[in-house]
Design a protein around this ligand. Structure first.
Ligand SMILES: NC(=O)c1ccc[n+]([C@@H]2O[C@H](COP(=O)([O-])OP(=O)(O)OC[C@H]3O[C@@H](n4cnc5c(N)ncnc54)[C@H](O)[C@@H]3O)[C@@H](O)[C@H]2O)c1
Ligand SMILES: O=C(O)CC[C@@H](O)C(=O)O
Length: 528
């Protein structure tokens, strides 16, 4: 078989050698194509290899009649429309490990240059100024480095910053006390990190949850004189808010490798002398580029020659007969996972999945993967799929158990998912009702009946007169219309749960206002 491979961003020669060594691969290196030119070429391409520049849009994917695989030489896949690729059955692979070291080193370079104002001092010297007073820096030793996102790169940065004798305070939704102790670092909530850090470095993906994580409100919580580093993704910082925080003197400096808009020719932040920047160079080392190019080219060849890829980002292929039987449960499973992650108040240590009724007799592994995908996506983003979900959970120390049981509570099929954290277990169960589709039928020990769709509000509260009224008027104040509502309780006057579907997404301040009501223990808004 012969395959056409298009390389549309600069790729290291070592990767190209991998393609050269494989019979039947015809590659073309075309790194300066306009979107229109790329669109014209794409119909004959079997594999597309990109870094972060090429925007692999839905339009491009839809025009790619022969495209089978997209390889991303690097980690972030935010330049690829994953849904469009998945819908078209195009597998996306990336190279998540090859540039970790370089990105961590670049972060350290930014941190050290920031603390000693090296770029500013150099710039001034280049402009014939010999100014030793203006460029007095601060030591890193004994300062607190706040790390938001302790994945591959964040953890490497922590390790290196300890070498600078810094104190580390990290936040990551998957960071447990045990892991923090093992790494010899402090951990807390994102607010703890914002309040305590002298320097803050970001290492999360850009997700709905992390978009503008550092905004006006976040800057207000920080220590005066804090300094910021972003070598993760533009958009995690609200650039307008950062600008104001620097002008007001709250933030003393910022070192940025990534921006809300890339590439740019003009960015207001660069007018400020407290800011210096690099043009997305975190992974730009000879070693990282070799690593990611080789990794991604090997995966593309494995796939084109019928092998199993190592770093899939989207859907795997499932045999048709198995798929027909279990596919209807995928959505339910994913929704139950998403539902539970919103109820989790602590780091998840274990997940128990109970298959009962008809479900006890089918191939359940893909359903489990979809459940875990739903559970992890909130914090890990769109690159979690049913291929890598179990791997990602395992990497985070989450134990997963599948159980087949005869307990059906009267349903033909029942899927129950339970998460175990240090101090509690939370559960949700769902079923597929013949002709009516998926339903959530149990939350913790309470019976409910809700279609897992739209905006759902779950309120754990005390069963006393007046709660429903108070809650209803509060929602009315915010112009939130209740579509459906159910209440169940353990005992008269004891704990109870209210499950509502509402007509719009609840903003944080609206949810916070509900939590202020004395009778409410937990109020959770979920958009499915
Ligand atoms: N500048 C560059 O050239 C460059 C190079 C490589 C990677 N990156 C970027 O760096 C980032 C980190 O990459 P990685 O390989 O370490 O990814 P990773 O998936 O290993 O780690 C990301 C971590 O962020 C955590 N996270 C998610 N939501 C969070 C939140 N709201 N608050 C705190 N933590 C949260 C996740 O739990 C995860 O542990 C990504 O955005 C990646 O695209 C940039
Ligand atoms: O291609 C690049 O150099 C950027 C890579 C980096 O941002 C990544 O996400 O891996």
């Amino acid at each position: 078989m012969a395959f056409n491979v298009l390389i549309s961003d600069p790729l290291s020669e070592e990767g190209i050698q991998v393609l050269n060594q494989q019979d039947g691969i015809h590659y073309e290196l075309a790194t300066d194509l306009t979107p229109e030119a790329l669109l014209k070429k794409i119909s004959k391409v079997d594999a597309l290899l990109v870094r972060s520049q090429t925007q692999v849009t839905r339009k491009l994917i839809e025009a790619a009649e022969n495209l089978k695989i997209i390889g991303r030489a690097g980690v972030g896949v935010d330049n690829i429309d994953l849904n469009a690729a998945t819908e078209r059955g195009i597998i996306v692979v990336n190279a998540p490990n090859g540039n970790t070291n370089s990105a961590a080193e670049h972060t350290m370079a930014m941190l050290m240059a920031l603390s000693r104002k090296i770029p500013q001092a150099y710039y001034s010297l280049k402009h014939q100024q010999w100014d030793r007073k203006k460029y007095v820096g601060v030591e890193l030793k004994n300062k607190t480095l706040g790390i938001i996102g302790l994945g591959r790169i964040g953890a490497e940065v922590a390790y290196r910053a300890k070498g600078q004798r810094m104190n580390i305070m990290a936040y990551d939704p998957f960071l447990t006390k045990e892991k923090a102790d093992h790494l010899g670092i402090g951990y807390g909530t994102v607010q703890d990190v914002l309040k305590e850090a002298d320097f803050i470095t970001l290492h999360t993906p850009l997700l709905k949850e992390t978009k503008h994580l550092l905004n006006e409100e976040a800057f207000e919580q920080m220590k005066p004189g804090v300094q910021i580093i972003n070598c993760a993704r533009g958009g995690i910082i609200d650039e307008a808010a950062l600008y104001e925080a620097i002008v007001s003197g709250k933030v003393a400096g910022a070192a940025l490798d990534v921006f809300e808009e890339e590439p740019f020719h003009d960015n207001k932040l660069l007018e400020l002398s407290e800011v210096f920047a690099t043009p997305h160079l975190g992974a730009s080392t000879v070693e990282a580029q070799e690593n990611v190019a080789v990794d991604v080219c090997q995966d593309v060849i494995r796939f084109l020659t019928g092998g199993i890829v190592q770093n899939p980002v989207n859907l795997p292929s499932v045999p048709k007969e198995v798929l027909n039987q279990i596919e209807p449960y995928f959505n339910l499973a994913e929704n139950l996972g998403t539902f539970l992650i919103h109820l989790a108040r602590e780091v998840i240590e274990e997940v128990n999945i109970y298959y009962s009724g008809e479900l006890a007799g089918v191939e359940t592994a893909p359903i489990t993967r979809n459940t875990i995908k739903g559970l992890l996506t909130r914090h890990l983003g769109e690159h979690v799929n049913d291929v890598n979900a179990l791997y990602l959970a395992e990497k985070r120390g989450i134990r997963i158990h599948e159980n087949k049981t005869s307990t059906t509570k009267g349903f033909t099929n029942l899927l129950t998912v339970e998460i175990v954290t240090k101090s509690e277990k939370r559960r949700v169960a769902g079923t597929l009702l013949n002709g009516l589709g998926p339903r959530i039928v149990m939350v913790d020990d309470y019976s409910v009946d809700v279609t897992p769709k739209g905006h759902i509000l779950i309120i754990h509260h005390r069963d006393i007169p007046g709660v429903i009224g108070k809650m209803g008027s509060l929602l009315a104040q915010y112009n939130i219309n209740i579509a459906t509502m159910q209440v169940d309780r353990a005992d008269v006057g004891g704990d109870a749960v209210m499950m509502l579907t509402v007509d719009k997404h609840l903003e944080t301040k609206e949810l916070e206002a509900l939590k202020q009501l004395d009778e409410i223990y937990q109020a959770t808004a979920i958009d499915l």
